[in-house]
Design a protein around this ligand. Structure first.
Ligand code: HEM
Length: 544
């Protein structure tokens, strides 16, 4: 059976060599020579030793021995699908990115994931879910690499190895896995208090989605959009599932993990196969690109904060429909390489220090994970736009480059086959480079965060108080269950103290569940009248 091209519309991926495999009528070696027997190795007599000269045996076993590649260092377990993004064509005033500004249809590939579990872990664990989409636009690939929770644990990428080390299995016994129920995780979030916000979302029903089809997605960081006039706006991306947001209870999650650890990936694949294609609308909250990059007292560069929708509504830009399952998990879901730096003209990054670190990390890890620097040539990663770069050679190079002058400008290859035309030579061609002339503050080098990053509790309190009583009880039960798994009393006590800074009722409920006294808060709990104007303006309600 010939491997089909990966495009869900049936269009062949440019340059795809997928059609070259599994095409013949007969079984062959990797060299194309016909094989008569693949079940018996060549021996000196039927009971004799196996002969080294059996190349088919050697090739078959050699290849099997190297089938595994390293799993992702985070987000190792995932499920993905192909689809299309149909733009409403309403974003022209915000961005010149054609796939958003014009009414167009763009092919996409979306991968959902858990963060902490290994590739073989269970689906319905309490964890954040990744939500990554690759848009194969005619101006190049654009990746929106987000999560199903709108805030992140840390404000600076330099802490990313630390928060992941704290959440992954302990190095001595490799337990526990995929659940944040252990001492090091709570040690980290009670010491690095900016993590309290993300942690309470994990402890809420949002931490155990009912289905991958029923999750919101968030770009988390603030990004910059540039329109055709060169005007800049700041935005936060949102995915809104047409099926609504639904969760399962902890008891249901435990049973599901036992009965069907593949529950989420099966649900996604079955729905698509049955023609019940999941849909999400993509939207943005828009903020003016002001000098201080603040909005209602919230720092837009702080990824531990979100902007309530009552303060900035989500403007819908288009709809994504996932309509085709991958043909081959390894080729597509495992080898896809997302990167928050895969941008197209009209979309740029901001100075959010977490985002800046991500720009380094993904490319770096993929060199190891995908075996060298040429993973952009793997069919699932290939742009649909024409590629004309000066990158050459390296492990797993599959392109047969012509010409003698892979540098620019040059005096040899100016014509065919790779015309070299500088973007600055054409007046109207937008560049995909991050080159918006943002003023850079005259400053001194410091290892510090802005003061506006210091408030670690206001939005956590706001989140807890916006929940219904049933949802609050689920949060109390989740903290109680997770903290009960900590062996170190000091860590339970320190996290309980953190809860007193969030809400007195929450702290009392968890303390009672753990059979511990409620600790004295180290600082006054956040009371509504003390909160920033934000909470009073939204009246404590929660945007869904
Ligand atoms: C993978 C989201 C922060 C490093 C992923 C994936 C998602 C994601 C969805 C899975 C991609 C896939 O499906 O293949 C996020 C979000 C973040 C965040 C929303 C913060 C808002 C960071 C930071 C770092 C980081 C700060 C490092 C400094 C990685 C790495 C991978 C990864 C190394 C594995 C990539 C691969 O092997 O292909 N992240 N992440 N992430 N993330 Fe992040």
């Amino acid at each position: 059976r010939a491997a089909a091209p990966v495009s869900p519309t049936g269009a062949e991926v440019p340059g795809s060599d997928a059609g070259r495999v599994q095409q013949g009528e007969y079984l062959t070696t990797a060299q194309g020579a016909r094989v008569r027997d693949t079940d018996h190795s060549l021996k000196a007599g039927s009971r004799g030793p196996v002969l080294l000269q059996d190349h088919h045996l050697r090739e078959k076993i050699m290849h099997f021995d190297h089938e595994r590649i390293p799993e992702r260092v985070v987000h190792a377990r995932g499920a993905a699908a192909h689809g299309v993004f149909e733009s409403y064509g309403t974003a022209g005033h915000l961005t010149r990115a054609k796939f958003l500004a014009e009414k167009t249809t763009t092919e996409v590939f979306t991968r959902f994931s858990t963060v902490l579990g290994s590739r073989g872990s269970a689906d319905t664990v309490r964890d954040t879910r990744g939500f990554s989409t690759k848009f194969y636009t005619e101006e190049g690939n654009y990746d929106l690499v987000g999560n199903n929770i709108p805030v992140f644990f840390i404000q600076d990428a330099i802490k990313f190895p630390d928060v992941i080390h704290a959440g992954k299995p302990h190095p001595d016994r490799e337990i526990p896995q995929a659940q944040s129920a252990h001492d090091t995780f709570w040690d980290f979030v009670s010491l690095h208090t900016e993590a309290q916000h993300h942690a309470i979302w994990n402890m809420s029903d949002r931490g155990i989605p009912r289905s991958l089809r029923m999750m919101e997605g968030f770009g988390v960081h603030t990004f910059r959009l540039i329109n055709a006039e060169g005007e800049s706006s700041l935005v936060k991306f949102h995915w809104k599932p047409k099926l609504g947001v639904h969760s399962i209870t902890w008891e249901e999650a435990l049973m599901t993990n036992g009965v069907d650890p593949d529950f989420h990936r099966r649900d996604l694949a079955d729905a698509i196969e049955a023609g019940a294609f999941p849909e999400w609308e993509l939207g943005v909250q828009v903020f003016s690109d002001s000098e201080d990059q603040m909005f209602h007292g919230i720092d837009l560069l702080d990824p531990t904060k979100f902007i309530p929708e009552e303060l900035a509504e989500v403007q819908l830009l288009g709809k994504m429909t996932l309509n085709a399952n991958p043909q081959n998990y390894f080729a597509e879901t495992e080898q896809v390489a997302f990167h928050p730096g895969h941008l197209v003209p009209g979309i740029e990054v901001t100075n959010d220090p977490l985002l800046q670190g991500r720009l380094f990390s993904y490319l770096d890890t993929q060199i190891t994970r995908l075996g060298g620097p040429n993973f952009a040539q793997i069919p699932i990663n290939r742009p649909r736009a024409a590629v004309n770069d000066t990158l050459r050679d390296g492990y797993h190079q599959t392109a047969d480059h012509a010409g003698i002058a892979p540098y620019h400008p040059n005096s040899f290859d100016g014509g065919n086959p790779y015309p070299v035309k500088d973007i600055s030579e054409t007046s109207d061609a937008p560049s995909a480079l991050i080159d918006f002339p943002e003023p850079v503050a005259e400053s001194v080098k410091v290892r510090a965060s802005p003061q506006s990053f210091d408030d670690h509790y206001t939005q956590v309190t706001m989140f807890y108080r916006s929940l219904t009583r049933t949802e609050q009880l689920h949060v109390i039960q989740a903290y109680t269950f997770e903290l009960a798994k900590c062996y170190e009393p000091t860590i339970k006590e320190r996290q309980l103290q953190q809860l007193t800074h969030i809400d007195a009722d929450l702290a009392a409920g968890v303390a009672e569940g753990l059979g511990l006294p409620v600790p004295e808060p180290l600082q006054a709990p956040v009371e509504p009248e003390l909160l920033s104007p934000t909470l009073s303006q939204i009246g404590g309600t929660w945007p869904i």
